[in-house]
Design a protein around this ligand. Structure first.
Ligand code: ARG
Length: 591
């Protein structure tokens, strides 16, 4: 067990001894914000004291009297209003690193009680190109899935594509009268988008076109064979193009259950909501009111329009019901842009009302989380567009990333074989785009800047990928200069079972302690749905590694010190690689 977990468990036991009724699972040990005061800290006793009107320092003193962590830590200190500060014994630090070097762990542990999480992300719309807004959802959602899986949770990813809705009336009309088969072959989504835009524009001026489109929609909804066939083809063509992008991005889904999948369930669901008194008629529509929720009081939601049609909310309620029944999740995570905040507040509130009224009310309703994000802006501070003012298509963006990266790689390393330069450019270009998306606080807008994201200096993916490749080059050199250097096995583990890690220099200790915080960082990402924590952790890791490498000779050191330092290099490389992989970013051995 990692040392911070041991401290946490023992602290929980000590608190239980002092306050037998307290919820000790909320007693957590986290990295100390200022290393001056210690390596780990717990502030849990302060809130426990506060809610019981106890003196927090006294409570801390009492808990400390029951706490024995003497083989792990130096003397535990009570600070400020009742913080506990812990400092690891050097031998424990070294042992933890040794166990990692032997491949026993990589500074994180599987969750003691794994949960089931459904992640709904990407979810583009059929017959429309995936744009940069969908990239954020795809990249964030994929990173959250990877993080939760790494922590040992059961993750189900579901791409809730928009494959149903009023737009199909216009698409069908356009398809039947204006389709250009050649264009459909070369760029199906582009052609469908053209049809939609054309019918939509004429429909604005001509009521007859609007009516004809509505007719097509009604026919589709009532199961007309021809319309269903065209509709299915539109979905298949769109999914093919989406899949190309997903495979470039390295993103996979367990399920792609689009909106249409829930169709058969909408009518009975709405009926049930009416019978249970959750929805009622208002001006011809069926509406859920939230009079008891102040923030939603002014925002009732329709679940059936006055023309009898169902909408996005109805589908999301049916989707929730299905997921609950099928997977019994503990958590459902929706990743979309911030403009859908009200929608999800309504869906979640409606769902709670409905579930609380079921006869066999589920005592464990899942946590529902809307993980929303801001917009991507151009360098002019306005929504990111192409020069001609169109929305930027994801495929074009990824092409450009690769081209720009190729230029940089070719300048830096003209001697590398061409195929290798292309592969490096693919990895760097993709990594740069993903990282630029993951690094900012997801709720703020960010400015899309090629120069910034592709820079080899600063908090960027290429910088981290370069840091990784540089460590790999140390090992290449080590093997040249001394064939007896610790060899790494397939998994990258140092083979020397007897390896002794000695941490003497300040930079070695700082680096080692930072390595130990990898798992805690992953847990924080999963708790708050914030991949930027991991980005910043890795950036700091690379910085601490540089400080170590500049101040502590590795290859020129005597053999015992050299082996120990090589092990530190190897562990840093492995954490960098695993961390980047969790962000969905690949690495190369040489750049
Ligand atoms: N298709 C929607 C869009 O492009 C996103 C769907 C998000 N997921 C959901 N369950 N509503 O905006």
């Amino acid at each position: 067990m990692l040392p911070h977990k041991q401290i946490e468990l023992r602290l929980q036991q000590a608190v239980r001894a002092v306050l037998p009724e307290a919820d000790v699972l909320a007693v957590l040990v986290r990295p100390c914000p200022d290393p001056k005061f210690g390596d780990y800290q717990s502030n849990a006793l302060m809130s426990l004291a506060k809610s019981r009107k106890l003196n927090p320092r006294q409570l801390a003193t009492d808990a400390l009297a029951k706490l024995d962590v003497s083989e792990i830590c130096e003397k535990v200190e009570i600070a400020g209003a009742g913080f506990l500060n812990f400092r690891l014994k050097p031998v424990v630090l070294a042992q933890t690193l040794q166990a990692a070097a032997r491949g026993e762990h990589l500074f994180s542990e599987k969750a003691a009680s794994p949960k089931t999480a459904v992640i709904d992300f990407s979810s583009p719309n059929v017959a429309k190109p995936m744009h940069v807004g969908h990239i954020r959802s795809t990249i964030l959602g994929d990173c959250l899935a990877r993080t939760l899986r790494l922590l040992g949770h059961r993750v189900i990813t579901d791409n809730h594509i928009g494959d149903w809705g009023t737009q199909f009336g216009m698409l069908l009309l356009g398809w039947k009268h204006h389709l250009k088969p050649d264009a459909l072959k070369t760029d199906p989504i582009g052609e469908m988008e053209r049809l939609y835009k054309m019918v939509n524009a004429t429909g604005e001026a001509m009521a007859t076109v609007r009516d004809a489109a509505r007719q097509e929609l009604v026919k589709l909804q009532s199961g007309d064979g021809e319309n269903l066939k065209i509709w299915r083809e539109m979905i298949a063509l769109s999914e093919k193009q989406f899949d190309e992008i997903y495979s470039r991005l390295g993103v996979k889904f367990d399920h792609t259950l689009g909106e249409s999948f829930y169709n058969p369930r909408l009518k009975p669901l709405v009926e049930e909501l009416v019978v249970r008194g959750i929805a009622r008629e208002s001006e011809g529509a069926l509406v859920i009111f939230f009079d008891d929720i102040p923030s939603l009081k002014e925002h009732p939601t329709l679940i059936r329009k006055s023309d009898g049609g169902f909408n996005y909310t109805t589908t999301d309620l049916a989707t929730l019901e299905y997921r609950l029944k099928t997977w019994q999740p503990d958590e459902i995570i929706y990743v979309t842009d911030g403009r859908q905040q009200l929608h999800f507040q309504q869906v979640f509130a409606a769902f709670r009302k409905w579930q609380s009224q079921l006869p066999s009310a589920n005592p464990h309703l899942p946590t529902l989380a809307h993980v929303w994000f801001g917009s991507i802006l151009g360098e002019d501070g306005k929504p990111f567009k192409t020069r001609s003012g169109e929305t930027v298509k994801l495929a074009d963006l990824l092409d450009e990333a690769r081209e720009r990266a190729l230029k940089i790689v070719s300048e830096k390393n003209p001697d590398l074989p061409e195929a290798q330069r292309h592969e490096i450019a693919r990895v760097i270009g993709l990594g740069a785009v993903k990282y630029a998306d993951l690094l900012p606080n997801r709720q703020s807008d960010y400015v899309f800047s090629w120069d910034k994201m592709l820079a080899l200096q600063g908090n960027t993916a290429p910088y981290l990928q370069y840091a990784y490749a540089r460590i790999k080059s140390i090992f290449r050199k080590a093997e040249e200069t001394s064939p007896a250097a610790p060899k790494r096995s397939e998994g990258g583990n140092i083979e020397h079972r007897t390896l002794n890690i000695e941490l003497a220099a300040a930079e070695e200790i700082t680096l080692a302690k930072h390595l130990l915080n990898f798992g805690l960082t992953l847990e924080a990402v999963a708790e708050e749905y914030r991949p930027n924590f991991l980005c910043n952790y890795l950036f700091e890791l690379a910085g601490k590694f540089t400080a170590f490498y500049e101040n502590c000779p590795v290859l020129k050191a005597d053999s015992a010190v050299r082996d120990s330092r090589l092990a530190l290099c190897d562990l840093t490389a492995r954490v960098l690689k695993q961390g980047l992989e969790t962000l969905g970013i690949e690495t190369v051995e040489q750049m």
